[in-house]
Design a protein around this ligand. Structure first.
Ligand SMILES: *Cc1c(COP(=O)(O)O)cnc(C)c1O
Length: 372
């Protein structure tokens, strides 16, 4: 017999089914470990938050987190891994300041809300050419790459691998030729294996698929680090931060430590190949339920659908509030869609177990049976 939603919840120490878009679910085992060692970390009689980032215990945490991430993502040696602050939005400014060099323009792909935010911010530093734009379809899909108007003299080509709000995810890696490819991977990094060598720079705010808010990951090819503009704030200067092992200023130590635990959890769970399989199954089931119902809808072209963020609407939008209220009673949280889109959104990052997606699908079926 299938376990009921309440059976599944009972194993979770009174926690809920967390479908938050960000800050989002963190693996249960990781939280348990953090709790168990919070008060007396590494026999120091203090928590990890209360000790120097330069002490040997934390330096080891920082080093292992980087090594584990390099193993997981197979990051080549000619890339630096930086653990910074300022969020993905900080990088919207840091990227043009670091990569502009002698160029006057950069290419950007507009795939929705987050891409557009990067475009607005980038425009403060250089001329932005939008080389592909999905707005004509309401971001249900993107133009084929053969139709993109790329520029050979662009400082870089920026795109957003997964639109967290619109629920659109790139099914391929664009070919940028000799222009460095820059990707905002905030909401799908670590969700599947990736050929890092195709990118000049990858960045991600941690609070979706890595760990707590406050940490920003930047993976940058070394030869791109000599383009930094003299006005770039020191804390955003990749070359400076790389030379100081991301400790030019005090790093977000707790977030870095917790991200390190998540990397170890990913490794012990079988790595990114296993994550990809699980994520594919979770998404297929949920979209299957939406498409098969006639009661739920998702507007994105199936080829472009996100495996991480699944927005959906009810054919009877007057039932939205009832859906949210009843789902909350059953232990489902943060299913309300982003205000720009309305309806519902289920974010099903690595840390959201397949069982929780199964439970949501059961709830959706039952809700449709009663109100459909
Ligand atoms: C959440 C998000 C951002 C913004 O991240 P902050 O860390 O809040 O600056 C940017 N891009 C994408 C794709 C996101 O999902």
């Amino acid at each position: 017999m299938k376990p009921s939603a309440n059976d599944v919840l009972a194993q979770l120490e009174n926690r809920v089914f967390n479908f938050s878009a960000g800050p989002a679910a963190i693996p249960f085992e990781v939280l348990q470990q953090a709790r168990d060692e919070l008060m007396n970390w590494q026999d120091l009689g203090a928590s990890v938050m209360e000790v120097s980032h330069r002490g040997k215990e934390f330096v080891r945490v920082a080093y292992e987190a980087e090594q584990d991430l390099r193993d997981l993502m197979k990051i080549p040696n000619n890339y630096k891994v930086l653990f910074l602050q300022g969020g993905a939005r900080g990088q919207f400014s840091a990227i043009p300041m670091n990569l502009k060099g002698s160029h006057t323009s950069a290419d950007y792909v507009n795939s929705g809300h987050w891409a557009d935010s990067a475009i607005q911010e980038g425009g403060k530093y250089l001329n932005v050419n939008v080389v592909a734009d999905g707005s004509a379809t309401g971001f249900a899909s993107m133009p084929q790459q053969s139709q993109w108007q790329s520029n050979e003299d662009a400082a870089y080509l920026h795109y957003t691998t997964n639109e967290t709000i619109g629920g659109l995810e790139f099914p391929f890696i664009p070919d940028a030729g000799d222009v460095p490819l820059v990707a905002d991977m905030s909401s799908n990094i670590l969700s599947r294996p990736l050929d890092v060598s195709k990118f000049g720079l990858i960045y991600a705010g941690a609070q979706k698929n890595i760990g707590p808010a406050g940490l920003t990951l930047v993976i940058v090819r070394e030869d791109l680090m000599d383009r930094v503009s003299p006005q770039c704030p020191a804390i955003f200067d990749y070359r400076l931060q790389a030379s100081k092992e991301s400790m030019y200023n005090t790093p977000p130590t707790f977030a870095w430590y917790l991200a390190g635990l998540v990397f170890k959890w990913l490794k012990s769970s079988g790595g990114l190949e296993v994550m990809e399989e699980t994520n594919r199954r979770k998404a297929e089931k949920l979209y299957g339920q939406i498409d098969g119902s006639g009661f739920y809808q998702n507007p994105v072209d199936p080829k472009w659908r996100s495996r991480m963020n699944v927005p959906f609407t009810l054919v009877k939008p007057e039932l939205d509030a009832t859906f949210i209220a009843e789902s909350e009673q059953e232990g489902f949280r943060y299913l309300k869609g982003h205000k720009a889109v309305g309806g519902m959104r289920a974010s099903i990052y690595n840390a959201v177990p397949e069982q929780h997606v199964d439970a949501l699908i059961e709830f959706m079926k039952e809700f449709e049976r009663r109100y459909g």
